[in-house]
Design a protein around this ligand. Structure first.
Ligand code: WT7
Length: 665
């Protein structure tokens, strides 16, 4: 019992679901909800291992497991002995159940093209493309790197890998060639699947050129598959590069004829690797987070159902993230497809062709569930309510938030202006490492509070602890997970020590998430953001060290310190304090070149918003840069969008800090 944040006062979690709270589920909602009985919490708590087994039963297994959980901290094995295939669960079983004509995806391209793809069609594509991959020599256990825009072929590629037991490593299309290269090398991928480009704000982003740059120096890659999206001329290396469509129709000059239309799903062990996804930590090197088959699919399917109150036969679920992040892996691809839901894949940005893009998509497809990041919501607030108001949003039933803390003001705006006060808002906390949602209200039963992620979902163990690792029942502390969970990471690819060190060493016997959290007087959980050297920019993790390494890689830079400063729209903004080598200029052009350098090494997401030139950085006696002080400096003034040119105020302040600081650790 003590494992749960809501406990410790003798109250049960159900005591918190009082109808008189500020935002109870709308009238009538409860009766139709997938979960309407609050006792699900206590049932799950009494036998949480059995509870997860019950959820796993909702999947189709070729062979049932022998053991639900074996747990040798920090290594869990879930559903050992069980055999299944993820693509079979996401596709075949729905077609076999007579739902082949249900739409799996509505695709909405930026130039205005659109397509709907049924489950039967998706299965056909996946079977063929799985055979294409086999034809290129991809075998069970091999890694396939994926670098694509938001087009249906991205989901097809992932599912095709899953079908033949290959491990995909999707690299967000916004990452730089260098970032792609590092991930290909780390995973030793054999094949890269990419596209000629993708549409973004009216321009074709030349992804294949980026891929080519990355592939210089990646000896493991034998073949590159290129989906056609933007047209025009694309450099192709004969023998290595193949057009997707030519492989699929048999006209590729190198591959041997058209692929077979049928591909038996590979029988996979529950603990076989499903995918790698790289995420930023406190060092410059991203971590290859490992997710396996049975437990991962169990928890993404379960959470997708209960957190969003999913009715697959009638809902249209739109997770407006990019598949290149874990949000898209779990809630555009695997969770929704495992549940036989209809989803939306959209290419581009919320402002093109107009600032009502999202709302026209909601109206066009009668979207019922929308899952988005607070950054997007705050941006819409800034743009003004006239854009959503111009559209019929009456189809919406449930709204989700993910990626960063949502401030109460944005939460309420979302509820009132988008949800028109009819929709429960679920703020969902989780991470690349957790694989699936861990903390969230259940819309059938939880009375919500603007800004709070409320309670752990049934089956999970969450505690907030103090510096000594002692649980706190009220007030602030560190967010820890006390039990293994089915979708948990199984490690960091190729680096078991880093796995133990990063997640399992700060507090004995607990997984430490890296987040601060607090429990309010009503027992509600509030997430307070990262407490380590990881920034959260628009819901995406960026490591301060990674950006610093990119900066010192620039020939003008002697030293750099990077902090995440509070930003009204993006949550945090990247501010870089830079000392140049002697004689190097500290002008706008240099600042611009530094920002561009970071973007080219990591990706535009890591481009510092502001570069501050200073001749000193505050350091501890042992020489550690005092980022906390720099963050105070950055947050204490309105820094501009580009370079703060030797702003005398800032420089003075830093100089003062540099003088005062020695001694402070
Ligand atoms: C970090 C994980 C989960 C998919 C997107 C991000 C922050 C995530 C919330 C939330 C407050 C949140 C945490 C977490 N975060 N969701 N609802 N409220 N903070 O995945 O890139 O692995 O980042 O995002 O700081 O540790 P990620």
């Amino acid at each position: 019992m003590s494992e749960d944040v809501s406990r410790g006062t003798g109250a049960t979690i159900e005591d918190y679901f009082l109808e008189d709270r500020r935002f109870p589920p709308p009238a009538g909602f409860k009766d139709q909800a997938v979960v309407s009985d609050p006792s699900i919490y206590s049932r799950a708590d009494e036998d949480w291992v059995g509870f997860w087994a019950e959820q796993a039963d909702d999947l189709d297994w070729f062979k049932k497991w022998d053991e639900v959980l074996s747990w040798e901290l920090p290594y869990a094995r879930w559903f050992d002995g069980g055999q299944l295939n993820v693509s079979y669960n996401c596709l075949d079983r729905h077609v076999l159940a007579g739902n082949g004509e249900r739409v799996a995806y509505y695709f909405e391209g930026e130039p205005g093209d659109s397509r709907s793809i049924t489950y039967r069609e998706l299965l056909e594509e996946v079977e063929k493309f799985a055979n294409v991959l086999k034809g290129l020599g991809v075998k069970k256990g091999d890694r396939v790197a994926v670098y694509m825009p938001m087009i249906p072929e991205l989901a097809v590629t992932m599912l095709s890998c899953a079908r033949i037991g290959a491990v995909h490593s999707v690299v967000f299309g916004g990452f730089s060639p260098d970032a792609l290269r590092g991930r290909i090398l780390d995973a030793e991928a054999r094949v890269l699947v990419t596209a000629d480009g993708g549409w973004r704000r009216g321009k074709a982003v030349p992804l294949k050129e980026g891929a080519d740059a990355a592939l210089a120096g990646t000896p493991s890659v034998d073949h590159v598959v290129v989906a056609r999206r933007v047209g025009g001329s694309t450099p192709m290396t004969p023998g290595r590069d193949h057009w997707w469509d030519e492989l699929m129709d048999g006209s590729d000059p190198v591959a041997g004829g058209a692929p077979d239309e049928h591909c038996e799903p590979e029988v996979m062990e529950a603990e076989d690797l499903l995918y790698l996804l790289y995420t930023s930590g406190t060092t410059a090197k991203p971590k290859g987070i490992m997710h396996t088959t049975g437990g991962y699919l169990t928890q993404v399917a379960y959470t997708h159902k209960v957190v969003f109150d999913l009715h697959p036969e009638s809902d249209v679920f739109w997770c407006a993230a990019d598949i290149g992040w874990v949000t898209g892996h779990s809630y555009i691809v695997y969770g929704p497809l495992a549940n036989g839901a209809t989803g939306v894949i959209y290419e581009g940005t919320p402002d093109t062709p107009g600032k009502d893009r999202w709302w026209s998509i909601v109206e066009k497809y009668r979207v019922t569930i929308l899952y988005a990041a607070p950054t997007a919501i705050r941006t819409f607030m800034k743009w003004g309510v006239e854009y959503p108001e111009a559209h019929d949003l009456s189809s919406l039933r449930v709204l989700g938030s993910v990626g960063e803390p949502i401030n109460p003001e944005a939460w309420i705006w979302y509820q009132e202006k988008i949800g028109r006060a009819r929709c429960p808002v679920v703020d969902t906390w989780w991470q690349t490492e957790t694989g699936a949602i861990m903390i969230s209200p259940l819309p059938g039963i939880t009375a919500t509070k603007p800004g709070s992620a409320t309670f752990p979902i049934p089956g999970t163990g969450v505690e907030v602890v103090d510096d000594q690792g002692e649980p706190v029942t009220r007030g602030g502390g560190y967010l820890t997970l006390t039990r293994p969970w089915p979708a948990m990471l199984r490690g960091i690819y190729g680096d078991p020590e880093r796995y133990k060190e990063t997640y399992w060493s700060r507090f004995e016997g607990r997984y430490f998430a890296g987040d601060g959290a607090k429990i309010d007087d009503d027992g509600y959980l509030w997430l307070l953001g990262r407490i380590d050297d990881v920034m959260n920019v628009s819901g995406h993790r960026v490591s301060t060290t990674e950006v610093e390494s990119a900066l010192v890689d620039h020939p003008s830079v002697a030293e750099a310190a990077v902090v995440g400063a509070k930003d009204e729209t993006t949550g945090q903004a990247i501010v870089a304090f830079v000392t140049v080598r002697s004689g190097e200029p500290t002008d706008d052009a240099t600042g611009e070149s530094l920002r561009a350098h970071v973007a080219s090494l990591i990706g535009p997401i890591a481009r510092p918003k502001t570069v501050v030139f200073t001749d000193e950085l505050p350091k501890t006696r042992s020489g550690k840069i005092m980022r906390r002080l720099l963050r105070d400096v950055a947050e204490g003034r309105a820094l501009g969008d580009t370079t703060t040119l030797a702003d005398p105020g800032v420089v003075d302040e830093i100089r003062r800090l540099a003088e005062v600081s020695p001694g402070e650790e």
